[in-house]
Design a protein around this ligand. Structure first.
Ligand SMILES: Cc1cc2nc3c(=O)[nH]c(=O)nc-3n(C[C@H](O)[C@H](O)[C@H](O)COP(=O)(O)OP(=O)(O)OC[C@H]3O[C@@H](n4cnc5c(N)ncnc54)[C@H](O)[C@@H]3O)c2cc1C
Length: 102
């Protein structure tokens, strides 16, 4: 089957995330299972290509991983993030709505 440009636009899955290191490269926070200081926040974490455009989901996941890193580095807590952004704009809730897999 010959693919047009549309068939090449949504490349995902080369570093897919999951709970099992045997079937995934990244954990659910997009950290490499085998390395403690490697995070991947591009579209490769998606496990498969959806029927819809992926960019908002990729952005939401990157923001979520950024929040995770701030908390991991003790630069900010989840509570202070909610206070800064307000409940409706809290990144965690936006990410949860946009995420297809988690
Ligand atoms: C023609 C086309 C149309 C699309 N239309 C839509 C759409 O309408 N809606 C939608 O949601 N998605 C669309 N997509 C898909 C969307 O563009 C991608 O899914 C999304 O951009 C992937 O984001 P990413 O961060 O994984 O990779 P990219 O956006 O490709 O970002 C990777 C970045 O890494 C840089 N880079 C690469 N190698 C290196 C290196 N060695 N050192 C430093 N930097 C490097 C690149 O220059 C690039 O800036 C489209 C894709 C294509 C090709």
């Amino acid at each position: 089957m010959k693919l047009g440009l549309n068939g090449l636009g949504h490349q995902v899955g080369t570093c897919r995330f999951g709970t099992d290191p045997k079937s995934s490269v990244l954990d659910l926070d997009c950290k490499a299972h085998d390395l403690d200081n490697l995070y991947v926040v591009d579209g490769s974490f998606l496990v498969s290509s959806a029927a819809v455009n992926p960019t908002l989901t990729i952005i939401a996941k990157a923001l979520r991983v950024g929040d995770h890193l701030l908390e991991r580095l003790r630069a900010r807590t989840a509570d202070s993030a909610d206070e800064e952004a307000g409940p409706a704009l809290a990144r965690g809730s936006v990410s949860a709505e946009l995420m297809m897999a988690r």
